[in-house]
Design a protein around this ligand. Structure first.
Ligand SMILES: [Zn+2]
Length: 344
């Protein structure tokens, strides 16, 4: 079968690899119906050291179950399933608490030698705990929205929950990538009064307004923080969603959060320590975040996607075949595309 392999920074190839098969009795093999390229795939695309073996890429998918191991009881062949980016057993203490990304058996698809989803098919460990079956035809027009439940919509929702978005809140979303845009959707869904998007790409800003952003701040640094204070009656935001993962983004969040407000961090941190700890302390800011337990959020978000109440699938502005995936990486890296859908 064909799969996407990254061999180093800027070096993405689509190659023939062995077909996936059941290895552990708890595995399933899933044929990929839709996958996509993630903003987080651009980090290794920039800084991955060259390797001989490469890393199979992709951690978001909707697919059809082709085979299951002998210990898989809930997931059946031919089911259409959403594949969260992390696999989990669904039974341990953390899974029961809804924090599947802290599962004692957790692993991340398309990471550390695991097979990825930018492929014709892949092996899913712990299939019963990981996969979420949906009663939808694989050709359904809502596929792009359903695909976002494997990562970006669940991650935007996580940021909003950690930032304690409530009805009436003033919210700032830092970052205009797909997760930031899903953060706008999540904040609106949770009843935010004002949703300020901090971003500077015209196409993303236009989409953010359609998805619920009430104000846009394109300035950065102190200038951007001043602008946000002006827009929030001089007090700052109750809830700040950090959807970038840089030290500058955290500094912005700390500068604009209202005293007693909350910052939800979902940008994978590319900084060793959290800056501005003193300011954060004196503001009594609540700070939380980490990899979103998207498996736990599918239940709540799925009905809204199926009924069209939210349209996270709109973050996809380009679709490519598997062989065109390297072009998809180039387009996202050049900011010519918000998020690229892959239809194998
Ligand atoms: Zn678990």
């Amino acid at each position: 079968m064909r799969a996407t392999i990254m061999y180093g920074a800027g070096d993405v190839r689509v190659e023939n690899v062995p077909d996936p098969s059941i290895i552990a009795p708890t595995d399933a093999v899933v044929r990929v119906v839709r996958a996509c390229i993630c903003g987080s795939d651009l980090w290794p695309y920039h800084d991955m050291a060259p390797t001989e073996t490469g890393q199979s890429m992709g951690h978001e998918a909707v697919g059809v179950v082709e085979a299951v191991g002998r210990d898989v009881t809930k997931i059946k062949p031919r089911q259409v399933v959403i594949m969260p980016f992390a696999f989990s057993d669904g039974t341990c203490a953390f899974c029961q608490e809804g924090l599947h990304t802290a599962c004692i058996h957790v692993g991340f698809i398309g990471n550390r030698g695991m097979n990825g989803a930018q492929a014709e098919a892949l092996r899913i460990p712990l299939a019963d705990g990981t996969l979420y079956p949906i009663d939808v035809n694989e050709n359904d027009a809502r596929m792009p929205g359903l695909l976002t439940l494997s990562d970006v919509m669940g991650t935007g929702h996580h940021a909003a929950l950690l930032a304690r978005v409530r009805p009436g809140h003033r919210v700032v979303v830092v970052g205009d990538g797909a997760v930031g845009l899903c953060g706008v959707i999540a904040a609106k869904r949770l009843g935010a009064d004002q949703i300020i998007l901090m971003g500077r790409h015209p196409d993303r800003i236009a989409l953010a307004r359609e998805l619920g952003a009430t104000d846009i701040v394109s300035e950065r640094g102190e200038e951007g923080a001043t602008r946000v204070r002006e827009l929030t009656a001089g007090l700052g935001a109750h809830s700040v969603l950090e959807c970038v993962g840089t030290a500058d983004a955290i500094k912005t969040c700390t500068a604009i959060v209202r005293p007693g407000g909350a910052i939800g961090r979902v940008g994978v941190p590319h900084y060793p320590t959290i800056p501005d700890a003193g300011l954060m302390f004196y503001k009594n800011a609540i700070v939380g975040g980490g990899p979103a337990p998207v498996r736990a959020y599918i239940e709540a978000l799925l009905p809204d996607v199926l009924e069209g109440k939210i349209e996270p699938g709109r973050v996809f502005d380009r679709s490519v075949s598997l062989d065109e995936v390297p072009n998809g990486y180039r387009a996202m890296d050049a900011r010519q595309s918000i998020k690229v859908l892959v239809a194998p």
